[in-house]
Design a protein around this ligand. Structure first.
Ligand code: ADP
Length: 155
């Protein structure tokens, strides 16, 4: 059984994340979209809120599961028997960052392979960071987030 973990903050999930998961469906038997709980990173949305949105968005996908983990991604993968990580590449800075992490996970995760999908051009400008800025700025980010979820703008 080929299990991939798609780790991220998903603060919040965007249509870029969803596109990546959809494109990866034929590659794996199961994809676990897992929120990495990082105590240092300051999030806009609570873990419960992020998990709820992920569950709503992937409700119709039987091979997609939603979960969260603390500490190392590689340890989480070992615990659930996942040999693959899924990540997206939007640009060169994503590549520089991801390269090191992928090499590290390969070592500490006993050979875990990271599978990278290059973002489709229409999604490569979308990031959770941009979406958060739009929301905090009081504007409407609906075009960047899946239609299943409603985020009220904060004044
Ligand atoms: P992290 O905090 O780990 O960067 P994110 O939730 O921001 O988590 O992103 C998780 C993964 O989704 C990363 O591999 C990132 O490259 C990928 N990703 C984010 N936005 C997009 C997008 N628009 N297109 C393709 N991949 C994306």
């Amino acid at each position: 059984m080929k299990i991939a973990v798609f780790p991220g903050s998903f603060d919040p999930i965007t249509i870029g994340h969803v596109d990546l998961v959809k494109r990866a469906l034929p590659l794996f038997d199961k994809i676990v979209v897992a929120v990495g709980v990082n105590s240092i990173k300051k999030n806009l949305f609570s873990l419960d809120q992020r998990l709820e949105w992920l569950r709503q968005v992937f409700a119709e996908y039987p091979s997609v599961e939603v979960d969260y983990f603390e500490n190392l991604t590689a340890d989480y993968c070992k615990r659930i028997g996942a040999r693959y990580l899924l990540r997206g590449l939007r640009n060169a800075s994503d590549f520089d960052y991801e390269k090191t992490i992928s090499q590290l996970n390969h070592i500490i995760g006993d050979g875990i392979e990271t599978v990278f999908l290059i973002s489709q051009p229409e999604y490569s400008h979308i990031s959770s960071t941009i979406v958060r800025e739009i929301i905090v700025g009081g504007a409407d980010a609906a075009q960047f987030i899946p239609k299943e979820i409603q985020i009220s703008t904060k004044g």
